[in-house]
Design a protein around this ligand. Structure first.
Ligand code: PFF
Length: 449
């Protein structure tokens, strides 16, 4: 087995994990699913899921990875043995690899939209554009499979190229500069929305809790999104934890990662909804929401051509630093077992995901008709629903059960090094709150509760 790599510092781990967590999920997906699910009540369920389920599961994932210092599949194998549990638990690693494929196969296409928008902004397409005009530009892009394929391909190559080189070379240095920049850009946009949008309505939309708008499906989507946005339930954070130094505090690192991720999502909401209302757009417009609203803001802003370009560049980067973590669990496994070199493994996984991504590209044009839908969902919707709302929470449930019930308490105590009060809190969360939370939401969704 090859020697396992390590981050150079704690900060490097933090930034890589934040890089994985903060991505299209925060800026693109969170606003549009909030819009589709009626606003405030959905946001509240999402925040509860982050706090009660997401944070404990993230602590568990990082801890498992760091203890075993292996890929998620091997981590689950080795730790199950060490703890005297069944070999079944490696299923967590395998399902994670599969979920990673699925997610990357649409993630890359959407990241491709952001890449196309870098060019559009830079060339002045959005200058003084109207809401309708912006909708047309977006419609033109997603209606054109060839253009989408080009960007999808480019993004996949960028992702694989980084993973092929290993974890330290490049990405560590990249995220240190780019994550703070993304935050600054979002703050500028929030300030713009504050001045030019219907800020009060946007705020009320995000934070007034009208539970009559909350369907069972919304609750499942909110929980799925809590997993998606924190990169949980598929081994991405586990594999990053495996590169962590032994003396780093896991609890406080995880807390900071989760807070950073949540703040970015809420800021994105605060930048977008005021503009949605000011421009008479529909909050439930779906995946195009951000790509239609923000350009109108940039188009009206002094220096908007410049800011818009920078914003979409940063969105691409946020997506990029997330996408690499989708591939890493599979690549880590193939390369640690010397089945093939890291580079070869990365290209192979990328190729599979790229092929599956062709279906995503077509979901927005040639396959967008009803005759191509299953249960009212396009191929893209189905992959997203299956991976985000079912596989990630299931993976998280299994991780919580493994740590809380199959393994001994001494494992968590040794790794986490918490005061006894804080440990008890974690223990309660990982044994009861998180697994019951996921189980109740699932049972509810299938009509059994
Ligand atoms: N957390 C990423 C986002 O919010 O965009 C998406 C993601 C990355 C999900 C890595 C899962 C994962 F393993």
């Amino acid at each position: 087995m090859s020697v396992h790599a390590q981050w150079s510092t704690r900060l490097a781990f933090m930034l890589a994990a934040i890089g994985s967590a903060v991505g299209l999920g925060n800026v693109w997906k969170f606003p549009y699913i909030t819009g589709e699910n009626g606003g405030g009540a959905f946001v509240l369920v999402y925040l509860l899921c982050i706090a009660l389920i997401g944070i404990p599961v993230m602590i568990a994932e990082v801890m498992l990875g760091r203890r075993a210092q292996r890929s998620p599949i091997s981590t689950m194998q080795v730790l199950a043995k060490e703890q005297g549990a069944s070999g079944f638990w490696q299923i967590v690693g395998w399902s994670g690899v599969f979920a990673g494929f699925l997610i990357l196969s649409f993630y890359s296409v959407i990241a491709g939209w952001a890449m196309a928008y870098v060019i559009e902004s830079a060339s002045g397409t959005f200058n003084a554009i109207s809401g309708d005009g912006s909708g047309d530009v977006f419609g033109g892009l997603i209606g054109d499979p060839q253009r989408l394929m080009i960007w999808h391909t480019l993004f996949m190559i960028m992702t694989v190229a980084v993973v092929a080189r290993g974890i330290r070379a490049g990405i560590e240095k990249l995220v240190v500069i780019l994550m703070p920049l993304l935050l600054v850009m979002l703050l500028i946009l929030v300030a713009y929305a504050f001045n030019s949008g219907e800020f009060g309505r946007g705020l009320a939309y995000l934070f007034s809790f009208d539970f009559s708008k909350l369907s069972t499906d919304s609750i499942i989507v909110a929980m799925g999104h809590a997993f998606f946005t924190l990169s949980l339930g598929m081994g991405a954070i586990m594999v990053y934890g495996s590169y962590m130094q032994k003396n780093t505090s896991i609890g406080s690192s995880v807390l900071m990662i989760a807070i950073a991720d949540t703040v970015v999502a809420l800021l994105a909401g605060l930048a977008i909804f005021p503009l949605v209302f000011a421009n008479g757009l529909e909050p439930g417009a779906g995946p195009g929401l951000v790509f239609v609203t923000l350009p109108t803001a940039f188009g009206a802003m002094p220096g908007g051509q410049f800011f818009g370009t920078v914003f979409f560049v940063l969105l691409v980067i946020a997506a990029w630093s997330s996408a690499i973590s989708l591939v890493e669990p599979a690549v880590a496994w193939l390369s640690e077992r010397d089945i093939m070199s890291r580079a070869k493994a990365s290209w192979m996984i990328g190729l599979f995901s790229w092929i599956l991504g062709i279906g995503t590209v077509l979901s927005f044009n040639l396959w967008s008709g009803d005759e191509y839908k299953v249960m009212g969902k396009t191929f893209f919707d189905l992959k997203d629903y299956l991976a985000s709302n079912i596989m990630l929470p299931l993976g998280g449930l299994l991780i919580a059960l493994f740590v809380g019930w199959a393994a001994k308490a001494s494992m968590s105590k040794d790794e986490l090094n918490l005061s006894s009060g804080t440990f008890n809190l974690f223990w309660l969360a990982i044994r009861f709150v998180a697994p019951l939370g996921v189980a109740i939401i699932f049972l509810n969704a299938v009509g059994l509760l």
